[in-house]
Design a protein around this ligand. Structure first.
Ligand code: C5P
Length: 231
């Protein structure tokens, strides 16, 4: 199967809307991301439904808890047959290592990645919680830790990819949200790139939500992104 670089964020308030969307696409065209909202409404059965349809599913639940709890949660998530799942790097080394052990002890073999710093956070937000390190330095520090704990990659801003590529291994996944095709609404994303720019700079996978899911004609937008990447 073609390894599509496009991960569509299924950020729909109702299961039926998410189902209507995925029934219009095929697994070779995109992967699908299930986040906290849809998972809380639709649950593991819906995740299994799309996995069974043949899609690579990124279960974006960003676990952050004590090591034992995160290990068991990662194990349970891996056993749903998902392609990728994630935790927060700020959970620290013991939690990251436990997450990895949880995945390794499961019957599945998903990629395990970690969120560095949420792209919604500003330097002043970090200072307020006692993190004085500038964001780029903090992201690098966390990416090194994630790699040292043998996870498969990080979620980061496309603007951080260039620097991170120079410090991590070639096969370390850099998964980037904040992607906007030329001419689409920016919404609440701050530091954006077009799909082609993000791939050219070294992103492994692009997380794209509203530009596709809220479009009048989502299939045309997806097709245009595919053409942009192919060209
Ligand atoms: O609609 P949009 O393309 O902005 O969607 C981006 C998706 O990526 C959303 O599901 C959002 O939760 C997720 N995300 C993000 N920034 C992060 C981590 C995840 O936008 N740092």
């Amino acid at each position: 199967m073609l390894d599509s670089k496009i991960i569509v964020a299924l950020d729909f308030p109702a299961t039926e809307q998410a189902r209507q969307f995925y029934k219009q696409v095929t697994p070779d065209r995109c992967k699908l991301k299930v986040g906290k909202e849809l998972f809380t409404r639709a649950g593991p059965d819906f995740v299994k439904e799309i996995v069974d349809t043949g899609f690579d599913v990124f279960l974006d639940l960003k676990f952050h808890d004590i090591p034992n709890t995160v290990a068991q949660a990662c194990r349970a998530a891996a056993e749903l047959g998902v392609w990728m799942l994630n935790v927060h790097a700020l959970g620290g080394r013991a939690m990251l290592e436990a997450a990895k052990q949880g995945v390794d002890s499961s019957s599945g073999s998903p990629l395990l990645i970690a969120v560095t710093i949420l792209t919604s956070m500003k330097e002043s937000d970090l200072q307020e919680i006692g993190i004085e390190t500038p964001i780029p330095e903090q992201v690098e520090r966390l990416a090194r830790l994630v790699e040292a704990c043998q996870l498969d990659g990080v979620v980061c801003s496309s603007h951080e990819v260039n620097k991170l590529r120079s410090i991590v291994n070639r096969d370390f996944c850099l998964v980037t949200p904040g992607i906007r095709p030329a001419g689409s609404d920016v919404g609440d994303q701050k530091r954006i790139m077009t799909p082609k720019e993000a791939i050219d700079t070294g992103s492994s996978y692009l997380v794209i939500g509203r530009p596709i899911t809220q479009a009048k004609d989502p299939m045309t937008v997806l097709g245009n992104i595919e053409d942009e990447l192919a060209g």
